[in-house]
Design a protein. Structure first.
Ligand SMILES: Cc1cc2nc3c(=O)[nH]c(=O)nc-3n(C[C@H](O)[C@H](O)[C@H](O)COP(=O)(O)OP(=O)(O)OC[C@H]3O[C@@H](n4cnc5c(N)ncnc54)[C@H](O)[C@@H]3O)c2cc1C
Ligand code: FES
Length: 259
């Protein structure tokens, strides 16, 4: 656990905030994997003892700052949105296992939905730095919910779709995943709501594209103790429950089971 100071905190969309604070670890020395998350205590009072998991979105190694982007969903994220620059946050992490990078890959397809998009920014940066071609397909409810498009565009092509057609093409991210389009990539990396992940998994399995899914489970401890975050996977022909906080949140797509 580290107490860290808020550097900036701004609204970037409808009830969506970008929060930058001093990294709980020395980024030069330790580094972080894209897809890892921070577990943040939203207040000091006893009514919010449980932390809230938020993905690492950006890392500023030079100034030792990290950024998360979050949507106000319930009382915890509402409280977080009221924090001011200079306030101190109690942060645990970075936790979990992020997205693996593959040395021999040439091109990566990133797929994000809603507030599943934030971890793809740091992933796109690291992939591009490693010399890969990066194409990101992002989907949002509407123009008002669209976030981080210019950040992603700094690292490669971005295709935007919205449910109502108010930005980019009208439709779902899965509409873009034709066999022809996907054949240009070696691997995919996805993060978003569970129904989106399930649909992406089904389609890309048909196109024979290997990939990773970042699962969103409700979390208590974030460090493998409470067993509150289990998800079913299939490994070596056996079904088993794994702790998303410790073994994930990123898993190989072919092993994830959805019920
Ligand atoms: C690994 C991981 C990374 C995430 N990254 C982001 C991100 O980058 N941006 C973002 O906007 N959201 C992200 N989420 C979802 C975010 O954690 C929840 O929206 C948030 O915890 C809701 O808290 P609340 O108090 O506002 O809502 P409440 O409904 O009051 O939450 C009550 C409890 O349920 C848990 N909870 C509620 N919804 C979720 C959820 N969807 N996932 C996990 N726990 C939940 C909370 O941690 C808390 O313990 C992530 C979730 C996980 C598991
Ligand atoms: S959140 Fe406690 S074991 Fe995963």
């Amino acid at each position: 656990m580290s107490l860290v100071k808020i550097h900036s905190h701004t609204a970037i969309g409808s009830e969506i905030y970008e929060l930058t604070f001093v990294s709980p670890v020395d980024l030069q020395a330790v580094g972080c994997e894209p897809g890892q998350f921070l577990h943040i205590r939203v207040t000091d009072s006893f009514d919010f003892l449980l932390r809230r998991p938020l993905s690492l979105c950006k890392m500023d190694i030079e100034h030792n700052l990290v950024t998360v982007v979050y949507q106000v969903k319930g009382a915890g994220t509402k409280r977080l949105s009221e924090k001011q620059v200079g306030d101190v946050l109690d942060v645990l992490g970075p936790l979990g296992h992020g997205y693996p990078l593959h040395a021999l890959d040439r091109a990566a397809l990133l797929i994000g939905g809603g507030v599943g998009v934030p971890p793809l920014v740091e992933l796109a940066r690291q992939l591009q730095k490693a010399g890969k071609v990066v194409h990101t397909v992002v989907g949002f409810q509407s123009n008002q919910h669209a976030i981080l498009i210019s950040e992603l565009a700094a690292y490669g092509a971005v295709t935007v779709v919205t449910n109502d057609g108010s930005l980019g093409r009208k439709g779902l991210v899965t509409d873009e995943l034709t066999n022809d389009f996907c054949s240009s990539y070696d691997r995919y990396y996805a993060c978003g709501p569970t129904p989106m992940l399930q649909a992406v998994q089904q389609i890309l399995e048909k196109h024979k594209l290997p990939g990773y899914l970042s699962l969103e489970e409700r979390m208590g401890c974030g460090i493998g103790i409470c067993v509150g975050c289990v998800h079913k996977v299939s490994r070596d022909g056996q079904e088993m429950n794994v702790k998303t906080c410790k073994e994930g949140p990123v898993f190989a797509a072919q092993e994830v089971l959805f019920t």
